[in-house]
Each structure stands twice: as structure tokens, then as C-alpha cells.
Design a binder for this molecule. Structure first.
Ligand SMILES: Nc1nc2c(ncn2[C@@H]2O[C@@H]3COP(=O)(O)O[C@H]3[C@H]2O)c(=O)[nH]1
Ligand SMILES: [Zn+2]
Length: 446
């Protein structure tokens, strides 16, 4: 439904009066109330999706008619079009919540999200809409929301901006606000529209880093430049992720594997993209650093981003265990083992963590389906015929998360309550789910 600035409902038609920033039309998405009650019912979302589809041709028709009559498309048409597209994407994302992958037509999925079509970015019009929204939004109006809902990309950029200002980075490193905003926007543009390794994931990891900086009082333990390296690395750590992991890159002999000689191809790529963005003067938040500081930030970011390769997880954890008894925050050699919090979803409330797992499994299953189609070795923990949601998670929590967070808690005891306890609860939740699934399977057999 559309309303004019005085609140009356109006028809969407070519005769709509032009508006400006001070007299906006308001578009109300009729299904939005359903979202505030929790996850949309899938049948209902399917229904809504079908109802929404006819809007797009109507808008295209409207656009060409306006073009014919007025010679120029009013901004409102672009605005409406991108809002309808954004809503359509949200509904489609609900389908990602099916970890079984039941709701996506495989051919359609393959065409939209395959290693060949790696650049599955937002279109330029959508990016421009998000940029305008970001620049016109303040911290207040982005966070003044009484209802629980998914944040928009522009709001996430505002919050990232707040993290940089709140940690005094603008003042200490002489970063102009406009340059920071350009940098954040470019980072957003360089994340792909894929189920898990997307801009929302980048935001979550950065937010977790920011939260832990305060929780563990790192501001008084580390130098400001170290915090700057950690936060910026978190932001950049999955830039341009194609949704297919290193094993796939190497087995499929992709361009990235060839370029980086099979050595952490993705992490090298994320880092190279980060410094590509920083090489643009209008985005270069490092431009006022001394050459010594620049060297330190570049070296630190490379180390932090390359450390997110899970193939190096045990090596890094073991080094951390050895240095733990004599850990010294002032010793640069110790701090180099700080790994950003890429795998911390399970420390979040279950209502947040579980949908992320569904998205991750969708990316996993998509990869193993492609591997099967191409006759490549199938990555076992991604194979929909071998893993289930609970089995995947109980193994990941037991063998990866608990050993890591147990060690980290020795250094920061407050993590017991904020990280270890939620992770243990998640293990219990998925163990019960696994048991129930096995019992159900047993009952069906007999
Ligand atoms: N099963 C499982 N794997 C995870 C989870 N979080 C992160 N991972 C894995 O850990 C990896 C960290 O690096 P990537 O982002 O490349 O890919 C991630 C996933 O493969 C999780 O909650 N469950
Ligand atoms: Zn990540």
C-alpha cells in the first residue's frame, strides 16, 4: 500500500505527483506484520511470493509508460522497484531457512548461484538506494525501533560507522568521515548475495569483535592500532566470497587457486580485495597514517585475514595454547595469534544462531551438489546425503568451538558466561535434536 505525505492511501499510477526528500511517499509492505511475529510460515511466504511476482511486470510496464510520456523516469519508480525487489529477496531468503534445500528449484538455483557466476552482487540501482539511505540516516533513526526485525544494509553501515567513531579511530588515525563512509559502502558492494558469506555475516563478525573489545576491556590492554587492525580485518575477512570453499577452489582449479598456487586462495583473495578498495583515494582510511603505521596495519590485516583459513585452525590454536601460560598483551608476537571471531554464531541466542546454520548448510549443500555434478571429490561435511543439521552442528561444536573457546576463556574468564555457556546450551539443543531424529528413524524402520 502506498501513502502520500499526509497519510492518505494513493494509487500507484503514472499520474503520481513528484516528491522530494522532505515529502516522501510511504510504501507499506502488507506482509511485514508477519515478520515481527517470528519466522514466516513457509507456505504463507510462498503464497506472498506468488502474489508479489505480478508487481514486477506492472512496475516495468509503468516505467516504460512514464518514459514514453515524460521522457524521464521519476525517482519514485526506481525507489518502488527496489523496495519491491528488496522485499522479494527477503521472502526468497526465508526459503534459505530450509536446510534441506526443498524449496529451491535446483536448476534455478544453479543458474543464480554457481561458481561461474561468481559476481552475484546487488544491482547498481539497489546499491545506490542503500547508499542514499545510509548517508541520510543517523544512529538515532536507525536504532529507534521497538520491534525485533532484520536490519537493513544501510542501517548496518551506520552501526559500523558508530563502531569506528566509538573506538576513537577517526580521531586517532585522522580519518575523514566521508572517507570512512565511502570505505564502508565499497565493502558492502564487494560482498556477494549468497546464503552465508554475505554482508550480514561480515556485520555479525565485526559486531562480535566490537562487543568483545568492550567486554574484555581490550581498549586498556592493547594499543589502539591493534584494535583498528582487528575491527578492519573482521570487516574485510570474507570480501567477494564466491560461496565455494578452498577445497572446491583447488579441486576445480579455479582462477583463484591458480593465482594463489592453492595456498589459502579465498583468504588471499579477500585480503587483496580489501587493499584494492583501500587503494582508491576516496576510500583510503589509511591515507593519513605514518608509513610505519601503514606497514603495521597492512601486515596485521594480512595476518588476521589469512588466519581465518580453517585449514590453519589447529596450528593457530596449538600456538595459542603454548603461549597462553606466558601470554603478554604488550608482546606483539603474542597478539599475532588473535584470530577474528569468524565461527562465533553459536554464542548468539538460538533464534539468531539457528537461521545462520540453515544458511550455512544451504551453501554447503550447494557446493556438494556442484561437486557431484562436475565429478569432483565431494566434501564429506557438506554432503546432504551424509550430514544432517544436528550431526553437523554437534561435531562442529565438540571438535572446533569448545576447544577454541575453552582456551580463550582461560585468558578472558568473562567469556565463560557470554560465549562458553551459550555454546554448551547449543550442543545440548542439537544433541537432543539428533537423538529425536534417530529415534524417529528407528520408529519408521520398525
Ligand atoms: N557446521 C558448522 N560450521 C561452521 C559454523 N560456523 C562456521 N563454520 C565453518 O567454519 C568455517 C570458517 O571459515 P569459512 O567462513 O570459510 O567457513 C566456515 C564454515 O565452514 C557453524 O556454526 N557450523
Ligand atoms: Zn567469515
Amino acid at each position: 500500500k502506498m501513502y502520500n505525505p499526509s497519510g492518505s492511501m494513493v494509487n500507484i499510477s503514472p499520474r503520481l505527483e513528484a516528491n522530494d526528500m522532505d515529502s516522501c511517499y510511504r510504501l507499506e509492505v502488507v506482509a511485514s506484520d508477519l515478520q515481527s511475529e517470528g519466522i514466516l510460515d513457509l507456505d504463507l511466504s510462498k503464497d506472498l511470493y506468488l502474489k508479489l511476482c505480478p508487481f514486477l511486470p506492472r512496475l516495468h510496464h509503468l516505467e516504460s509508460k512514464v518514459l514514453e510520456e515524460a521522457g524521464k523516469t521519476p525517482d519514485i519508480v526506481f525507489e518502488l522497484k527496489s523496495q519491491v525487489e528488496a522485499f522479494k529477496r527477503k521472502l526468497e531468503n526465508v526459503k534459505h531457512l530450509s536446510w534441506l534445500g526443498l524449496f529451491k528449484d535446483k536448476n534455478e538455483q544453479q543458474a543464480k548461484f554457481s561458481p561461474k557466476t561468481r559476481r552475484s552482487r546487488q544491482n547498481v540501482q539497489e546499491q545506490e538506494r542503500v547508499r542514499r539511505q545510509f548517508l541520510h540516516m543517523s544512529f538515532r533513526n536507525s536504532c529507534d525501533c521497538g520491534v525485533v526485525r532484520q536490519w537493513e544494509e544501510a542501517e548496518m553501515m551506520v552501526l559500523l560507522q558508530v563502531m569506528y567513531t566509538d573506538l576513537d579511530f577517526l580521531m586517532v588515525f585522522h580519518i575523514e568521515l566521508e572517507v570512512l563512509q565511502n570505505f564502508l559502502f565499497e565493502v558492502y558492494c564487494h560482498y556477494n548475495n549468497i546464503p552465508f558469506h554475505n554482508f550480514q555475516h561480515c556485520f555479525c563478525v565485526t559486531q562480535m569483535m566490537y562487543g568483545l573489545i568492550w567486554l574484555t576491556d581490550l581498549r586498556n590492554k592493547l594499543e589502539r592500532i591493534d584494535l583498528f587492525i582487528m575491527l578492519t580485518s573482521a570487516l574485510c575477512h570474507d570480501l567477494d566470497h564466491p560461496g565455494y570453499n578452498n577445497v572446491y577452489q583447488i579441486n576445480a582449479q579455479t582462477d583463484l587457486a591458480l593465482r594463489y598456487n592453492d595456498i589459502s586462495p579465498l583468504e588471499n583473495h579477500h585480503c587483496a580485495i580489501a587493499f584494492g578498495i583501500l587503494s582508491k583515494p576516496e576510500c583510503n582510511i589509511l591515507k593519513n597514517l605514518s608509513s610505519e603505521q601503514y606497514k603495521q596495519v597492512r601486515g596485521g590485516m594480512i595476518k588476521c585475514i589469512l588466519a581465518t583459513d580453517m585449514a590453519r585452525h589447529n596450528e593457530i590454536l596449538n600456538k595459542f595454547k603454548v603461549t597462553l601460560p606466558v601470554f603478554d598483551f604488550k608482546n606483539k608476537d603474542d597478539t599475532k595469534y588473535k584470530k577474528n571471531l569468524d565461527i562465533s554464531n553459536e554464542a548468539r541466542p538460538m533464534a539468531v544462531a539457528e537461521p545462520w546454520l540453515d544458511c550455512l548448510l544451504q551453501e554447503f549443500f550447494n557446493q556438494s551438489d556442484t561437486e557431484k555434478l562436475k565429478g569432483l571429490p565431494v566434501t564429506p561435511f557438506m554432503d546432504r546425503d551424509k550430514v544432517s543439521k544436528p550431526s553437523s552442528q554437534t561435531n562442529f561444536i565438540r571438535f572446533v568451538l569448545l576447544p577454541l573457546f575453552t582456551e580463550l576463556t582461560k585468558l578472558f574468564p568473562c567469556l565463560e558466561q557470554h560465549i562458553l555457556e551459550p555454546v554448551r546450551r547449543a550442543l545440548e539443543y542439537y544433541s537432543n535434536m539428533e537423538k529425536a531424529t534417530q529415534e524417529e528413524a528407528g520408529a519408521t524402520k520398525s
